[in-house]
Design a protein around this ligand. Structure first.
Ligand SMILES: [Zn+2]
Ligand SMILES: [Zn+2]
Length: 169
């Protein structure tokens, strides 16, 4: 999957091939347990011969994942979107374009698997918030402060500092 025979494109610059892929959540193992894909990831785009032995993939990636809010741990829906451009050059050809970002393809076959995997990884944020003003959890009792205040002391010193202070005494 995600491999394309580009022999027919090599004949003439300007020829292109459309790319439509739907990757079901069970095919997506990225992120292990931490990330759950809520929808398939779809890839729409094209491979175009842009001259020489160079084929350019241009497309978009869309999907959605569920991640824990980094303040309150609530399951949060995170849309994924990425615009992708990647050039591939035939292995028979020296890369004279000076462009280091070009991948090599062999036997007239382009494999988009690595590209798509890394684009999905990059589209997933490191941290998410369920909402911009999420109040998080009380560090003392663990109550979700979005649901209202808890009975703990309103003293906002971080309890970790107290531990440190007692060590210093
Ligand atoms: Zn939250
Ligand atoms: Zn509390």
């Amino acid at each position: 999957m995600l491999t394309y025979q580009v022999k027919s494109l090599i004949k003439d610059p300007g020829l292109s091939l459309s790319v439509h892929e739907v990757l079901e959540p069970e095919q997506l193992i990225l992120g292990g347990e931490r990330i759950r894909f809520l929808t398939p990831v779809t890839i729409e785009g094209s491979l175009r011969h842009i001259g020489g032995w160079i084929i350019e993939f241009k497309g978009t990636l869309d999907g959605a994942v569920q991640m824990a809010c980094s303040r309150c741990t609530k399951a949060t829906h995170v849309p994924l979107h990425s615009d992708i451009t990647q050039r591939y050059i035939a292995d028979r050809q020296e890369n004279e374009s000076g462009d280091d970002d070009v991948e090599v393809y062999q036997d007239e076959v382009i494999d988009l698997t690595d590209l798509i995997n890394s684009e999905i990884c990059m589209a997933i944020p490191m941290k998410v918030l369920c909402r911009a003003d999420c109040q998080g959890l009380c560090p003392v009792c663990g109550k979700d402060l979005n649901e209202g205040p808890c009975g703990c002391s309103q003293d906002d010193t971080d309890p970790r500092w107290d531990a440190l202070k007692s060590l210093l005494q």
